[in-house]
Design a protein around this ligand. Sequence first.
Ligand SMILES: NC(=O)c1ccc[n+]([C@@H]2O[C@H](COP(=O)([O-])OP(=O)(O)OC[C@H]3O[C@@H](n4cnc5c(N)ncnc54)[C@H](O)[C@@H]3O)[C@@H](O)[C@H]2O)c1
Length: 440
Amino acid sequence: MSDRPRLTVIGTGYLGATHAVCMAELGFDVLGVDVVEQKVAALQSGQVPFFEPGLPELLRKNLDTGRLSFTTSFEEAGAFGDVHFLCVGTPQKKGEMAADMTYVDAAFRSLVPHLRDGALVVGKSTVPAGTAERLAAELERTATARDVELAWNPEFLREGFAVEDTLTPDRLVFGVRSERAEALLRAAFQPVLDLPTPVVVTDFATAQLVKVAANAFLATKISFINAMAEVCEVTGGDVKKLSEALSHDTRIGGRFLHAGLGFGGGCLPKDIRAFMARAGELGVDQALSFLREVDAINLRRRARMVDLARELIGGNFDGKRIGVLGAAFKPNSDDIRDSPALDVAATVQQQGGAVTVYDPQAMENARRVHPELSYADNAVEAARGADVVLHLTEWAEFRQMDPAHLESVVAVKNIVDGRNALDPQLWRDHGWTYRALGRP
Ligand SMILES: NC(=O)c1ccc[n+]([C@@H]2O[C@H](COP(=O)([O-])OP(=O)(O)OC[C@H]3O[C@@H](n4cnc5c(N)ncnc54)[C@H](O)[C@@H]3O)[C@@H](O)[C@H]2O)c1
């Protein structure tokens, strides 16, 4: 092996495709592996199958250098790689809170028989505590290659900033059991470590917990301010001013302290639920029982949003048109997994409203999962004839929208700002009835 280990990235979704492209950008030879042939073909032809700013350009650039390619063959992956990053999904199990580990287990079992002597398998997926220990034991039992090892390197990238977060992460966490594994991981991240980037070297248990602890903390901070929004709603307070005032306290800080429709996506909701489920199995469920409330507060915001919209149009959605701005779980992403915006849109439609949705990037995904909703090509068309407009994902184009653009097309000038991201004064000055979560 040269100084630079050859890398494979198993599972080329939001995390894996970004990781593969960015590691090639950092100068490594990288082979991406997925079981979905169309995904592999798209990536190999320079198409990113999802929206992530900056990624398509870097993909094409690195395909051209010859350092990056994609395959469906685990045999090829085993022969190619010194270090293998496992990046497959760990979604919530249907009807349960726990994480579904079938993809991790399947990818691992497909790879292990093909490993070369000395290879390092590195888990990146977000997993329940105990997974690394279990996989390490399985590796020892089943691998035919010599000196193969497991390490855990949780991933913290944010969709929408995934390239930046991979090339210049806040920190790296290495869960390892040997100096050799640490040395291989250091070699696999050398350009990032040189920036310099802080690295925390620890055991398997801690490495796995760092990720879920970080998500539990962020979810708690969001639900905390949303709980304050609930209190503001009955006291007449303004949660936006409240969070502004809190944010000046450097012990608290303003990040993740924006009251609104709450969190969603493919990580926070399922990660806190899986964390609670695992804590229950380990007999420490009391330690995490607060996360139950964090989850409940978060979901109550969606119900409150529907209630606000209904109140504003006279108590009933029947026969009313609802324009929805936003479908992605957050701006700068086309990810609709557990999207609060789509959850609200679908609930309003179920309650009798005629909902038309527009999102700058998530239309295709939204259409596939919610074919019962109507879709428009832009914000003005989504708002046409609307009795109320709901602002549910704070894309810049919505935040910067001039109320005058919508007022000639809506039936009634009603807007509910689910993200506390519009300027109430501006909309009210244009004659709109503006309502928001946690504000008078
Ligand atoms: N998306 C994020 O922002 C993010 C951030 C940090 C951590 N994570 C974690 O990373 C993991 C992946 O998340 P994601 O959002 O990229 O999921 P994803 O669903 O976008 O991607 C998973 C990929 O794995 C592939 N796959 C499934 N089974 C496979 C197998 N047996 N072999 C090879 N490939 C297989 C799928 O086809 C898919 O392309 C999860 O554990 C998630 O919690 C995600």
